[in-house]
Design a protein around this ligand. Structure first.
Ligand SMILES: N[C@@H](Cc1c[nH]c[nH+]1)C(=O)O
Length: 360
């Protein structure tokens, strides 16, 4: 039986390993200010946070992860470079699957270091890989930065790019927007009328949450968008090709380099992925066999903007990632009050590790 005591004991051991790898142990409060921090996680976690109110401090949430409070702490008074480790529970409401834990222990490792991002990515990945090596997990990797660079480089309007960037985290919505911007979805008769100003708004009180001026602004945005020229077929095809890259790392890099010839906006991000592959190989990771998927990580923490990875059980694909993490450079400036520093990290779930070990 996997007791909480055993999980905590394993967590302490793993945290000790991370200390031995150069990290300083830190603690963060369990209650976090929800108003200022919740937005940083994105929709998935927003829907799953336990929130309560406090007359003095405003809305508080049970921490859904450690990365955000650790970044906040580092940006407020951390010396750089820094490596931190922590362990403790995080809380996420579950609405559909009663078998998924709503409270579980994480042990993490975070690196704040501006010298060599590729090396820092490799350091985190290799350290976590080593901790789970006996479990024979399947590793998945990706790079949100490549996708972001591709969207930013599209020849289209700024509002369209902003919408696509926002919806990187909702693959279906992203796809639907792309279809619309490519002019592949015909306007409905109703929308055409609305845009032409032909739909007289019914003379009834507004009952929804939006005010009349918000509605007007929205219609104006839709109108401008409908007037913008469609995305070129070539660009949409390149984006499709990019999104479907899913190979072992050397082949994936080759595909990405090919795509970058026609989509030069991703060239820098692709070079970064190449440097990372070298750094991973230097750390003894079997890069030849390591899977790379451009679309990996699109349903996780919305603060990731570079390398992303996860380790999954092949025999228990129903389980969430046993280890996962990624790079979150922009988060440090959002919480940095003028400062910023490249950062990457990851977590282990000792409870899941014990569960898999018990299966033998
Ligand atoms: N905080 C992330 C994992 C992570 C740590 N550092 C970077 N990513 C999570 O809970 O999923």
């Amino acid at each position: 039986m996997i007791t909480r005591a055993k999980t905590l004991a394993r967590a302490a051991e793993l945290r000790g390993d991370f200390e031995a790898a150069g990290a300083v142990s830190v603690e963060t409060p369990i209650l976090q200010p929800a108003r200022t921090l919740l937005d940083l996680y994105g929709e998935e976690i927003r829907a799953r946070a336990y929130i309560t109110s406090d007359a003095l401090r405003g809305e508080q949430m049970l921490r859904p992860d450690f990365t955000v409070p650790v970044v906040q702490m580092h940006m407020a008074h951390g010396a750089e470079p820094a490596r931190y480790t922590y362990s403790g529970e995080v809380f996420r409401r579950q609405e559909h699957d009663p078998d998924r834990a709503n409270e579980f222990i994480q042990v993490g490792f975070e690196v704040f270091d501006r010298t060599d991002p590729a090396a820092a990515d490799a350091e985190v990945f290799a350290l976590l890989a080593e901790a789970v090596v006996h479990l024979n997990l399947r590793a998945a990797t990706g790079d949100i930065g490549i996708l972001m660079a591709a969207v930013k480089g599209l020849r289209t309007t700024a509002p369209r790019k902003a919408a696509l960037l926002r919806h990187i985290w909702r693959p279906r919505r992203f796809r639907a927007l792309l279809e619309r911007y490519a002019g592949r979805v015909p306007l409905t008769a109703e929308r055409r009328k609305l845009l032409a100003g032909e739909l007289p708004l019914p003379d009834v009180p507004l009952v929804g949450k939006r005010s009349q001026s918000e509605i007007d602004r929205r219609i104006e945005t839709l109108r401008q968008d409908a007037a913008a020229p469609p995305l070129s077929t070539g660009e949409v095809e390149l984006l499709d090709a990019l999104l479907s890259v899913r190979e072992t790392t050397p082949f994936a890099l080759e595909r990405l380099r090919d795509i970058a010839v026609d989509l030069p906006s991703i060239a820098r991000a692709v070079s970064g992925a190449e440097a990372r592959a070298e750094a991973l190989a230097d750390r003894g990771v079997d890069v030849e066999d390591l899977s790379f998927e451009t679309s990996f990580g699109r349903t996780s923490m919305e603060y990731y903007d570079g390398f992303v990875f996860g380790f999954f059980s092949a025999t228990r694909p129903d389980l969430p990632a046993v280890a996962s993490g990624g790079r979150y450079d922009a988060l440090t400036s959002r919480l940095g009050d003028g400062g910023e520093i490249p950062a990457v990290g990851g977590v282990l779930r000792p409870g899941l590790m014990l569960e898999l070990e018990a299966l033998g």
